[in-house]
Structures are given as C-alpha cells and as structure tokens.
Design a protein around this ligand. Structure first.
Ligand code: PLP
Length: 364
C-alpha cells in the first residue's frame, strides 16, 4: 500500500462539483481579482476566526511581509522569532529591512521558548513573531504579556494552523496580526498560492488593503509604494468550499494523530505532545527519534512517504549564518537531527496509519 505525505486528489473528488460550479461562475462573470468570491471569503474567514478584518493576499509569505510593513517594522528593528520554522518566517522580516533574532524552542512542543524570547528583548525589538508549528499554537499568553509590557507588536505566523485554538481563541486572533498560508498542502489550502491576514485593528487592516493593491486607496492614486499581492477569486472559490468543512477536516487529522500516538506508545519513538492550552490541528504529525535514517529507509522501501521538517534551523542556514556566527540553539539543533514527519491528511485511513506504524516498529 503506497501512502503519500498528503493526498489532495481524494478531497478534490469529493468537492469537485461545488468547486467546478464556483469556477464556472467566476469564468462567466470574469470577476477574477478582488471580486465577490474573494470578498465573501474574507468575511467568512473573519467570522470563523472571530476577528473584525481578514484581508486576502497572494501567499503566506506576503501575509507576513505585509503584516510587518503595516505594523511599521523596518530598518534598524529586530523581530524575535523561532529558529525552527520554514524560511518564509524570517524572509519576511528581512524583506522589511529588519533583523530576525532567532531563539530556541521548547523540546516538547518544538514551538518558540518564551523564556528565551524574554531574554532577547532589547531597545531595538519591534515585534515578536511566534510560529504555530505543525498546527499547535505557541504559548501566546506570556508572549502577549511581554508585548504589552515592552510596547511590541505580536505577529502570529499561522501558516500551519488554520482552525487551531489557544485559550479559547482561534489561531490568528490572539496577536495584533495573524498570517495564514493557503498553499495547497496546508490545512486550508487552495489550488495555487494564497494567503490571508486577520486583525481586529481597523488602521492595520486599512493599511494592508492599500499595501496589497499597489499602495492605492483610490484607483490610479498612489500614496505609498505597495505590492501586487491579492488573492484571486478562483482560489477563493476553492477556499470557500473547504472552509465550510475545515472543522471536520481538522477533527479527522486529530483522529489520525491520536491513532499514531496510541500505536507508538511504549516504543522508543517520541510522539508529538499536545500542551493542553488549546487545539492542535496537526498540519504535520512529527515524531522524534534517534534512528531516523533506518526508519525512513524502511518506510521508503514499503512505499510510504516521510519528510524532515526541518533539517537545518534558520540560524544555521547559509543566508543567516554570518549574522548568527557563534549562536548555539541546542534544542532546535537536536530537533533538526531527530524529527520525522509521517503521512498526515484528513482522508488518511486508520488502516494506513496502522500500516505506517507497523513498518516503523518492524525497523526498530
Ligand atoms: C511556518 C510557515 N510560514 C510561512 C509560510 C509561507 O507560506 P507560503 O508558502 O504560502 O508563502 C509557510 C509555508 O509555506 C510556513 O510553513
């Protein structure tokens, strides 16, 4: 039985009629950019997340970039973030001319270590950017406290956590700004690139609307240098169909995750932990093991995909290494050596989860 990391085809088959009908209506009305589907999606995402505003943009990376710009982060500023994330989190900080300050992670959740954030704050710090890694929110309450105390912006990288919760709020609703990616394999994914920013702040929302549309408030009047970064209506059709079912999809992911964890109990493989502060939506199911290579080999030989997110922490990446010379973040460095992500998507069956575990346990 071949088992991929993600199977987008199965979900498409189930949603085909609704999506194709939506596509046809976009094609017939030719409202491709900033049309009614995009606007409706923004309203639906804002309502789902329990915030006043949602603004569609061209990708998750752009969501982070525009959020930082709207928040006024720029040259000379520092933004504290986790070293154990996808490069886009840091790239966005660099785009605005600020410096990413990488800190270590909690060994259980692999999310940013709050104590280390506190220790990294100085007069140049402008914002904190936690990443809700693999679908579990970072520990937001103490981070919000630090931001309030030091006058910093809190910008959530929610790319991997659509529908996750922390302290009774949806991911994205806790900070000043929440940034989502709709990359196809994300929990809420479209059929191309897409992203969204959520916020309760009227001024930030208006600024982002201007930034995403060439710095224009009024057609052909440009008050600032902006970007071409809009979410198109064809993508909005896909996202609206999936948004209706997102809680069900996330529950299916959680069911599969719990089955994995049950199967791995009593073995040397360390299952991911839920911190009990909200809802983990398992964008990835990532174990930690000191025998990753033989496990991956055995899985591969059995036709089962697996992946390493992430093999190199950001402070060790070539692009950031010079600025981070001498910086040691041992928890993240160990995680990079030990993590292994297993197949995870809503439609994955219990039999498939059991098969993945059977192959891994046979290789130990
Ligand atoms: C943590 C994180 N941040 C940001 C991004 C960037 O999103 P996108 O690929 O939509 O630009 C991703 C995903 O790709 C991600 O996983």
């Amino acid at each position: 039985m071949n088992i991929p990391m993600v199977d987008l085809k199965g979900q498409y088959e189930l949603l085909k009629e609704e999506i194709e009908q939506g596509f046809r209506s976009v094609l017939e009305t030719t409202h491709f950019i900033l049309g009614p589907n995009g606007r409706a999606l923004e309203e639906e995402v804002a309502a789902y997340c329990g915030v006043k505003h949602a603004i569609g943009v061209a990708s998750g990376t752009d969501a982070l970039h525009l959020a930082l710009r709207a928040a006024g982060v720029g040259p000379g500023d520092e933004v504290i973030t986790t070293t154990f994330t996808f490069i886009a989190s840091a790239e966005a900080i660099s785009y605005v001319g600020a410096r990413p300050v990488f800190v270590d992670i909690d060994p259980q959740t692999l999310n940013i270590d709050v104590e280390q954030v506190a220790g990294a704050i100085n007069e140049r710090t402008a914002a904190i950017m936690p990443v809700h890694l693999f679908g579990q929110p970072a520990d937001m309450a103490p981070l919000a406290e630090l931001c309030a105390k030091h006058g910093l912006k809190l910008i959530e990288d929610c790319a991997q956590a659509f529908g996750a919760e922390y302290g009774g709020k949806k991911a994205g609703a806790y900070g000043d700004l929440g940034c989502f990616s709709f990359f196809p394999s994300k929990n809420l994914g479209c059929y191309g690139d897409g992203g969204m920013i959520v916020t309760d702040d009227d001024r930030l929302a208006e600024e982002i609307q201007v930034l995403r549309n060439h710095g224009s408030r009024e057609r052909y009047h440009h008050s600032i240098i902006g970007y071409n970064s809009r979410l198109d209506d064809l993508q909005a059709v896909v996202l609206r169909a999936k948004l209706k079912r997102i809680d069900e999809y996330n529950q299916m992911r959680r069911k599969n995750a719990h089955r994995y964890t049950e199967n791995l109990q009593g073995t040397s493989l360390q299952a991911p932990t839920e911190d009990g502060k909200g809802l983990h939506v398992y964008h990835q199911y990532t174990i930690q093991t000191n025998c990753r290579e033989p496990l991956q080999k055995a899985l591969g030989a059995a036709g089962i995909a697996s992946a390493i997110y992430y093999p190199i922490p950001l402070h060790r990446q070539e692009v950031y290494a010079v600025g981070c010379a001498g910086l040691e973040l041992p928890v993240a460095e160990a995680a990079a050596r030990n993590v292994l992500s297993l197949p995870m998507y809503p439609e994955l069956t219990t039999a498939q989860v059991d098969r993945v575990c059977e192959v891994m346990l046979g290789a130990l």
